[in-house]
Design a binder for this molecule. Structure first.
Ligand SMILES: [Zn+2]
Length: 169
């Protein structure tokens, strides 16, 4: 048996998370100073100004999609979160999508006929599926930004999953 076989799945995953955190730290340097008091809308406004590109937040009932989505329509960035999510959970979703935006995980504008946002959103999701590494980076980014903003998960199911992954590190 070679040495490599003794590397467990958990160890590989831990290394991946470490790399995700390192990349997320680099991406966080592209953010404006975090607003105090914390408001995700204020961060988005400052980020849009810094990038010189409008950034619009939307809520949409996304039965077909997991939590959120980012797309660029050629002029403006759109971040969509699932309608009904609030507080830490919504902030986490928005930051996750902002990470995809800053990292350029989607290329090219979403194309769909007409101005129907739901159609554009679905077209964008289908056109640019993310890799596991990209998802891990986005999760790390969102968790780290909220930690820096001193926002704590309220202890719901989603937040417990995130904190279980990142532990106290
Ligand atoms: Zn994602």
């Amino acid at each position: 048996m070679s040495r490599r076989c003794s590397v467990t799945h958990e160890m590989v995953q831990a290394m991946t998370w470490k790399q995700a955190r390192t990349e997320a730290t680099t991406l966080m340097t592209g953010l404006p100073p975090l607003p105090r008091p914390w408001r995700i809308e204020d961060l988005c406004a400052a980020l849009a100004e810094r990038r010189g590109r409008p950034l619009l937040l939307h809520e949409l009932d996304l039965a077909a999609l997991p939590f959120g989505l980012w797309y660029f329509d050629g002029e403006r960035d759109h971040v969509i979160s699932r309608a009904g999510t609030t507080g830490y959970h919504r902030d986490h979703i928005v930051l996750h999508e902002i990470c995809h935006m800053l990292a350029g995980h989607n290329t090219g504008p979403a194309t769909a006929d007409g101005d129907d946002m739901a159609a554009r959103v679905i077209a964008a999701a289908v056109a640019s599926p993310h890799t596991n590494a990209q998802e891990e980076l986005a999760e790390a980014f969102a968790t780290m930004v909220l930690k820096q903003a001193r926002k704590r998960p309220p202890g719901g199911e989603f937040e417990q999953r995130a904190s279980a992954v990142f532990g106290a590190a």
